[in-house]
Design a protein around this ligand. Structure first.
Ligand code: FAD
Ligand code: SF4
Ligand code: SF4
Length: 484
């Protein structure tokens, strides 16, 4: 072997630790309306950023992605200026790519090896570049029709992923959604992060599959799982998610001006935000709280927007990118304070909070808050937005189905592939868009095996959704997704 070739084999590629900056709307301008905060890369910037990837033999990025998106491959194609190819690879495994390229919490980036020396590859931002310059308007094609019908309940990310994966495999799918529109909690994400048009673009790609959306139909009320099985659906996937608000459980929550953050965001993203005051307090430390403070700021220019959280900044479950964005926009953070009651005469006038002391880290590494006696203070305000969690509504789903409520609130089956106690009925969800999709993808493998068994056939891998000869494959070096 020539000496140069030997050197190429033993010398690792030169690692560039500095990310090509992602353009951002300046703070002073962006807080005046709902324009997008993060901008797209130019074609040249995307190629430069993609060239930083060292194409690891074992792609940690792919392993960390709950839907096993072959990001290593789309980055390689972008580095070679093949944006068409990159868009195809992206959309091959990800039917909600236009949504995810804006709001995915990019678990891939946390695992990228470049993190050891610098800033990880901007994998999510490169997904956006693939679609921007390679085209996102491709439609999906079903493989050989299977003559079995599947009912999907819930058109959130889990239900949409299940419908897509089953549709591509040739099943006839009906999606029952209680709301007038598809998207689930995606529809509460503010327009400064992603728009309705982004979701519509994703849904538009389903049009050639045998997937029918039946909106305004609540399973458990208008029909039941047993009815669906009786009507001839050979399997049912429940992607019920957490559409309902969880309250604070303190006196005064019924006062005018106290609003569930979920309803507030839902209305705001549809341009029908309820009137809010000049002194807004948001209670919570997660992503819903972050979206609420930043939305309230945009709806109450010059107002004081305060976030109250019972632990410290380090313990906040919100995405660091969102916390950073809120801080930059001037949100006031009050840490280690928990609400005790809301006061006012018919209308909210103040939130009474109590100081919290943080104990040692628990088994999960989080420090538990303990109330400090005699430490109550009042934060004057005219609006309180409650963002302390969401929950499922499983009324109308009998206990025999065997739905377990996950610690974060969504119902799921406990058997392999999220199977429930009822043969042919599966249920899954997730703590983020891509986790919900990953769980649904796992359920579909089990649903396909169940249905194949019913028709006396062997289960098969998901075919190429663009009708090409190549079936979905896991990238070389891949082990299995990390599902925490
Ligand atoms: C404000 C906010 C911001 C967020 N931001 C992000 C983000 O930036 N990135 C990210 O990855 N994740 C984000 N998330 C989390 C993400 O939206 C959820 O993890 C994800 O939507 C869960 O998907 P799902 O399909 O399991 O459930 P859901 O999205 O809750 O969807 C469930 C669907 O089922 C329907 N449904 C429920 N019960 C029935 C029934 N009985 N009959 C018919 N239909 C029914 C519901 O109406 C809903 O449409 C955010 C969540 C919120 C609230
Ligand atoms: S879907 Fe999310 S986690 Fe997966 S590769 Fe894309 S940005 Fe990363
Ligand atoms: S882990 Fe990072 S450097 Fe390695 S292939 Fe993935 S994106 Fe590229």
């Amino acid at each position: 072997m020539p000496p140069d070739a030997v050197a190429a084999r033993v010398t690792p590629p030169k690692l560039n630790p500095v990310r090509v900056p992602v353009p951002e709307e300046p703070v002073a301008e962006r807080v005046t309306d709902f324009r997008e905060v993060l901008h797209a890369y130019s074609r040249e910037s995307a190629v430069l950023e993609a060239k930083r990837c060292i194409q690891c033999r074992r792609p940690w990025c792919v392993e960390a992605c709950p839907i096993s998106q072959d990001c290593k491959e789309y980055i390689r194609l972008i580095a070679a200026d093949d944006f068409d190819g990159a868009a195809r690879v992206t959309l091959r495994d990800d039917p909600l790519a236009t949504t995810l390229c804006k709001v995915c919490y990019h678990y891939c980036e946390e695992s990228c090896v470049i993190t050891k020396k610098g800033v990880p590859i901007a994998i999510r931002q490169l997904k956006r570049a693939a679609l921007d310059f390679g085209g996102s308007e491709r439609t999906y094609i079903a493989s050989q029709p299977k003559s079995q019908r599947v009912a999907v309940v819930g058109a959130g990310p889990a239900g949409l992923m299940a419908a897509w994966d089953l549709g591509v495999r040739g099943y006839s799918v009906s999606v029952f959604e209680q709301e007038p529109e598809e998207g689930g909690l995606i529809r509460t994400i503010p327009a400064y992060r992603m728009t309705d048009a982004d979701l519509r673009e994703d849904l538009g790609r389903f049009r050639d599959l045998d997937v029918t959306f039946v909106d305004n139909r609540k399973v458990g009320r208008d029909t039941t799982v047993a009815d669906l099985l009786r009507e001839g659906y050979a399997a049912v996937f429940l992607g019920l998610g957490t559409p309902d608000h969880r309250g604070l459980g303190v006196p005064g929550e019924e006062l005018a001006g106290v609003l569930p953050a979920l309803d507030f965001l839902r209305q705001a993203t549809h341009g029908r935000a309820p009137p809010i005051g000049r002194a807004v307090v948001v209670v919570g430390g997660g992503d819903v709280a972050m979206d609420s403070v930043r939305t309230a700021l945009r709806l109450s220019p010059g107002g004081t927007i305060t976030l109250v959280y019972r632990r410290g900044r380090e313990e906040m479950p919100a995405d660091p990118e969102e916390i950073h964005g809120a801080e930059a926009e001037g949100i006031r953070f009050v840490f280690q304070r928990a609400p005790v009651r809301i006061v006012g005469d018919g209308r909210v006038e103040g939130l009474v909070v109590q100081a919290m002391e943080l104990g040692p880290p628990d088994a999960g590494g989080r420090r538990a808050p303990h109330p400090v006696p005699g430490s109550e203070t009042t934060i004057p305000c005219d609006t309180v937005l409650v963002a302390v969690g969401q929950q499922a509504d499983v009324r109308g789903f009998p206990p025999e189905i065997g739905l377990r409520i996950s610690p974060k609130g969504w119902p799921e089956g406990t058997g392999p592939g999220y199977a429930t106690n009822v043969p042919g009925v599966f249920a899954a969800g997730g703590r983020s868009v891509v986790y919900a999709m990953g769980a649904a993808m796992e359920a579909v493998v089990a649903i396909d095996a169940y249905l194949a068994h019913l028709r006396g056939a062997a289960p098969t891998a998901r075919p190429d959704p663009f009708g090409g000869p190549v079936a979905f494959h896991l990238p070389p070096g891949y082990t299995k997704p990390i599902r925490s």
